[in-house]
Design a binder for this molecule. Sequence first.
Ligand code: IMP
Ligand code: MG
Length: 211
Amino acid sequence: MHVARPHVDESPTDPDIAAVLFDRDTIAARVKSLAQRIADDWRAYTEAEHHAADLTLVPILTGSFIFVADLIRCLPMRLQIRLLSISSYPGPATTSRGPQVQAGLGNLPASLEGAHLLLVDDILDSGRTLAMAVDLLRQRRPASLRTAVLLRKDRPEARAFPVDYVCFDVPDVFVAGYGLDYNDYYRNLPDIVTLRPEVFSPSAPHENAPC
Ligand code: IMP
Ligand code: MG
């Protein structure tokens, strides 16, 4: 049977890429090894506690959706997903406007008492988003809380912020792809990239009205 394949080799957004920081194969390998570490730590933790427990992943939307989709398929334990929607770069902003919880709390229940949580975000920049999310989760009284990020920027605030798992350290530049956006575009790029400066100019074709 003939199966039509989408053309994924070339995308209209390719000319907007300045450089590829991490390509898809490198990302896949690192996500797999991070999952292995999480699984090993989880096994050690549950063995030490002498009881079987479930893990609950809490991805911060929107940027972590591809990372978490790949990550959970490498995780062997029983797990659940609770979504949390926080945004700090509205529209075409490339500097944080301060994190805000969007659209209620995703599907986060009022109590997470006794739950073992793994909070997952795409990128640790100033640390304000993770700090807000950690605070929201701690109020729900989980039994344990760990944090994982795909990327950590090379800036003092990010390095000082305590996170349990980091896939990649990146320079302090604006990055996109593999779930990360600029103005809600580029999330579908399979690699993690930097963008050409023209993309950020007010006359750029994709730009929505600044909010
Ligand atoms: P923080 O609150 O300053 O740590 O910023 C974290 C949030 O800002 C992340 O969850 C991302 O959504 C967004 N963000 C920070 N840096 C970038 C970037 O370089 N590209 C795309 N989004 C970013
Ligand atoms: Mg985000």
